[in-house]
Design a protein around this ligand. Sequence first.
Ligand code: ADP
Length: 253
Amino acid sequence: MSTVIISVKDLHKKYGSFEAVKGISFEVYQGEIFGLLGPNGAGKSTTLEIIETLREKTSGEVWVNGFNLDKDPDEIKKVIGVQLQTTGFYPSLNLVELIELFEGLYNQKVNHKELLRLVNLEDKAKNKFKELSGGQKQRFSIATTLINTPVIIFLDEPTTGLDPQARRNLWDLVRNIRDKGTTVIITTHYMDEAEYLCDRVAIIDSGKIIAMNSPDKLIDELVATGFERPKEVKQANLEDVFISLTGHALRDE
Ligand code: ADP
């Protein structure tokens, strides 16, 4: 039996008269990578930010690691790691200085070397944030979510704008973090990302969850309805060609 670490019940969010989240319910299990999957404007970020205690909900119930969002938001803040947009980092500080800033914020110490090694940025310790590539910036921002040794991390579209190699590196990193025991909740509008990375996904459209299961089961359910792709699918796609030609190795160094 899986342990529930996040529970969302009948969550609603209105911006004025516009209802962005229309009564969604889901549970996230400890140790899984759970995806909120949906098109732009579906309500993914709104949902995530409510759970992160960063946005007010209109109604509904949210529990995180046994704490109720209305009663114990500060307890929730202590056990979660939230990814900042890369524009949120001081560009002229180096990576160690930025980590120290977060350490001060969380009143926690981490092993700088170990943290940077985890995200493959050990040799960039003295580089300024602005000197990093897009993929490196994203990896660093994921590293900073781990500074307060959270039980859950929240990643909001972490691979948007990255090239295929940087995306695959980031997927490996996220799996690695999960394998070390951290629960991951991630939003994405990339289907391949959700299929590769997520143990379970909730598909959100116009503020409602329209399906929830493992990617495999969702695909099986569709196939069981008699669905067939209109034409034979090739064994590889252009992205595979690109990766095969240019290699899987970290290239955004
Ligand atoms: P997603 O993350 O799936 O792209 P969002 O949660 O960002 O979706 O947005 C859901 C809907 O709510 C969108 O229609 C968006 O325009 C609207 N919205 C988001 N934030 C605000 C806000 N602060 N004020 C008004 N409308 C907002």
